[in-house]
Every structure is written in structure tokens, then in C-alpha cells.
Design a protein around this ligand. Structure first.
Ligand code: CA
Length: 223
């Protein structure tokens, strides 16, 4: 899963970026509304954390522009504590949720998890496919109840596929959702990660659909 953080306060931007990266997401950051709008308009993010008080273009305008252009990714807005009118303007512009400043990082993480889950049509924080269970809360994976240790990229790969269970995800789409914009992207490495992940899981749930991409399903009829 790949996220965008748009926040002009450098300390807060760094804290958010670090906490989200530590939670296993690929994260891009923008420091003003113009840069944030451009990234959200051109890159396929799974969710966005958007501050409303931003230089150059304010957060509400950024959100309105995205929504007008048909960008549908879930957006969590950051608002000032006592500005109820900001929340209203934010929701009217197309926000999915909000957190008031100052916030606890755990709350932002929990709300992002909920947004990602809802966008993918899941109701709980645990995703499962056959014996494989991925806990989005603890970022842990188990097979038949036994924990499996994954690298952050392997986890991101599995998490993206499990959020889109049953759907065939192309290699290009995976690359776009696994790496941040500064990463030297090579779609051939995806095949390597898929191979490693399959080996670590040890069960037949991750399938390659020749010429199309990858999918996770319970049955092996997709292989
Ligand atoms: Ca601000």
C-alpha cells in the first residue's frame, strides 16, 4: 500500500512519514498544496493524509480539484482542534475522515487502516485467504496460526494483494503501489519478491496469471 502525506509543518511531516513507513507503507510526502495536488493527481495512492492549512493551494481546494478530476482515493484530513467549519468544508470537498490536531499517531494509523480496509470492502482488521491471515493492525502474517516473518516489501506486496483478494493485479500496478516515488523501480524485482513470498508462505494461495499479473485466492484453480 502506498500513501501520500501532504503537510507543511516539517516536524509533523517527518513524524507522519516515519510512523507510516514503520507501519509498512510506501510513503511519499509533499510540503505544500501545489506539490501535493500534483502527486495525488498523477500517482496512484491507496490513501492520502491531507493537512487543510497549506501554502500555495489550501487543502480543501486540493481535495476539490482531485475529486473533480475523478480521483477517488480515501483522504484523511488534518484539521485544527476548534475549527468545526474546516471539518464541514473538508467533508463537503470529499474527505473520508478527519483527525484534529494535535493528534496521537496511533489514531492516524488506525484511521488509515480503516480507510484502506473500507476502500477494499473489508470490515475487520484481519484479512485472510485460506490458512493465511494478515493482521493490518500489528502488520503480522501467519499461516495456520504460525507466524511468518516477512520483510517490509514482502509484507507490502502481500497486503496489497490481500486487500484486493480475487482480483488480478498487474506487475505495473504492484510496482506503483509498493514503492515510493524516490525508489529505483524495476518491475522485474516484483517477480523475485513474489517467489520469495510464496516460499515463505509455503501454501498455494499466491498465483501468477501468465501475461496478466498476480492474484491471491483460496482455490488453486486460478493457477
Ligand atoms: Ca498546516
Amino acid at each position: 500500500m502506498r500513501l501520500l502525506v501532504v503537510e507543511d509543518d516539517p516536524d509533523l511531516r517527518r513524524q507522519l512519514t516515519t510512523a507510516l513507513a514503520d507501519a509498512g507503507y510506501a510513503v511519499d510526502a509533499a510540503k505544500d498544496g501545489e506539490e501535493g495536488h500534483f502527486l495525488g493527481d498523477t500517482e496512484p495512492y491507496d490513501a492520502v493524509v491531507l493537512d487543510l492549512g497549506l501554502p500555495i493551494i489550501d487543502g480543501v481546494s486540493v481535495l476539490e480539484k482531485w475529486r473533480r478530476a475523478g480521483r477517488k482515493m480515501p483522504v484523511l484530513i488534518l484539521t485544527a482542534r476548534d475549527r468545526w467549519s474546516d471539518k464541514v468544508a473538508g467533508f463537503d470537498a470529499g474527505a473520508d475522515d478527519y483527525v484534529a490536531k494535535p493528534f496521537h499517531m496511533e489514531e492516524v494509523l488506525a484511521r488509515i487502516r480503516a480507510l484502506l480496509r473500507r476502500a477494499a470492502g473489508h470490515a475487520t482488521s484481519e484479512l485472510s485467504v485460506g490458512p493465511v491471515v494478515l493482521d493490518t493492525k500489528s502488520s503480522r502474517v501467519s499461516v495456520d496460526g504460525m507466524p511468518v516473518k516477512l520483510t517490509s516489501l514482502e509484507f507490502r506486496l502481500l497486503s496489497y494483494l490481500m486487500h484486493h483478494k480475487g482480483k488480478v493485479v498487474s506487475r505495473t500496478e504492484l510496482v506503483e503501489h509498493l514503492y515510493d516515488q524516490d525508489f529505483d523501480r524495476d518491475s522485474n524485482t516484483v517477480e523475485v519478491f513474489v517467489g520469495r513470498l510464496r516460499k515463505k508462505l509455503g501454501v498455494d494461495v499466491l498465483h501468477t496469471i501468465r501475461g496478466m499479473g498476480y492474484t491471491v485466492t483460496e482455490s488453486d484453480n486460478a493457477a
